[in-house]
Design a binder for this molecule. Structure first.
Ligand code: HEM
Ligand code: HEM
Length: 343
């Protein structure tokens, strides 16, 4: 390629054009470097977070808020490591994970005890219940420094780790790009207790952009199921004690029908709730019992319909419906109890 003009000054002019070209190229490279390098993940203002358990304003390069601001993740990507700060609206434990569910996620769990002592553990989440420390699985503790504090009902946890620790129980973090994260916090310092709040999303380590996955609320599931239980239980009571009233049958049918609808919606929501969190369906006593209960509701509704037809109105079918109806209600009560002991 030719980068000079041919004119009467010949070679001398070619030499000047060439020097100008080199100078302009160097300038171009410097300007590009100034623009691109910070965007590639270096500390934007050169400050390195101080890992002392206190997260001060502008200490970190980026911040992502979840659950309407009740859980915050701060981070600064360094040359070969990353500093992460977590703030959650609780005096209990705080957890942060890399992954899209609690199955096989790299996880950090921290808490601050009543005397202000902070514990931050390098864990690995095998399932929604088991989050052993990496060392128990044959891995290593790769938290370089950590700290934590509590103030006004908030817990703050900070730690630093290498972007790539070499431990199979730590997810490597790419300096530039997106990271799928999960988070949770509990109401007490005992992290074996079921979490009270949890969520997930994707954060862009470079731009700080956050995409929060849709929030799932066990409270909505519990509410739907309890309404279902009240309707189905009342329907039973009417069929058991008010058969002398002319309206008992339409009341029974209506209450049981609506109760069933609430239970099915509550079931659908529970299935969705598990799909976006642990993805381990029917693996707990409550969730397994819940599935059986819903199957019982379907069978009872079907039997109810059968006994209203002349062909199905035999004593045998009536007794079957009666017993399935009673057992269904008892199963619902047990499932609700098991549900409350989960949360
Ligand atoms: C009769 C009433 C209920 C039934 C039939 C029922 C059924 C279920 C089912 C089938 C699942 C799991 C879905 C799946 O694995 O895909 C589930 C999950 C769940 N239910 Fe219920 N439920 C009931 C009431 C409750 C109540 C009252 C609560 C809370 C107070 C509750 C809390 C939960 C929680 C927290 C989960 C998620 C468990 C996890 O994350 O591992 N449930 N329920
Ligand atoms: C989940 C839904 C349902 C439950 C839990 C349920 C429960 C019950 C129970 C416990 C009884 C017996 C009460 C007693 O004698 O102590 C009963 C009776 C009855 N139910 Fe249902 N029921 C349901 C749905 C239905 C439906 C949808 C129909 C009709 C379309 C129906 C029709 C009847 C009839 C006709 C009886 C009287 C049977 C007899 O002569 O003993 N039920 N039900």
């Amino acid at each position: 390629m030719r980068f000079y003009h041919k004119n009467q000054f010949g070679l001398v002019n070619n030499y000047r054009s060439f020097s100008k070209f080199i100078a302009l190229s160097i300038l171009f490279v410097i300007i590009t470097a100034i623009i691109v390098i910070p965007a590639a993940g270096e500390n934007s203002d050169g400050t390195v977070p101080v890992i002392n358990g206190i997260i001060s304003a502008n200490e970190y390069d980026h911040k992502a808020e979840f659950a309407g601001g009740d859980f915050k993740i701060y981070w600064t990507v360094g040359e070969s490591n990353i500093s992460i700060g977590l703030s959650a609206k609780t005096n209990g434990w705080v957890a942060f994970g890399i992954g899209n569910s609690m199955t096989d996620a790299d996880m950090i769990i921290g808490w601050v005890n009543s005397t202000g002592g902070a514990t931050v553990l390098d864990c690995y989440s095998e399932s929604s219940r088991d989050h052993p420390v990496d060392e128990d699985l044959g891995g290593t503790d790769d938290i370089e420094s950590s700290g934590g504090s509590e103030s006004d009902g908030w817990t703050h946890i900070e730690f630093t780790r290498d972007l790539s620790t070499g431990d199979t129980y730590d997810a490597p973090i790419k300096k530039s790009g997106e990271l799928e994260v999960i988070w949770a916090y509990g109401s007490s310092d005992n992290f074996n207790a079921q979490h009270s709040e949890f969520g997930s999303g994707t954060i862009n380590l470079v731009t700080g952009e956050v995409e929060e996955d849709e929030e799932v609320r066990w409270q909505l599931h519990a509410f739907l199921m309890i309404i279902g239980l009240i309707l189905i239980g009342s329907g039973n009571a009417i069929a058991g004690a008010m058969k002398k009233k002319t309206w008992w049958f339409s009341a029974h049918k209506t209450l049981e029908g609506f109760g069933g609808v609430f239970a099915f919606i509550g079931f659908g929501y529970a299935f969705y709730m598990i799909s976006v969190s642990t993805n381990e369906h029917f693996s707990e006593p409550h969730t397994f019992l819940g599935l059986i209960t819903v199957i019982f509701i379907v069978i009872t509704l079907r039997l109810g319909k059968t006994i209203t037809k002349p062909a199905g109105s035999s004593k045998k079918f009536k007794a079957l419906h009666r017993w399935f109806g009673r057992i269904t209600t008892i199963m619902m009560l047990i499932t609700v109890y098991a549900g409350y002991s989960l949360v």
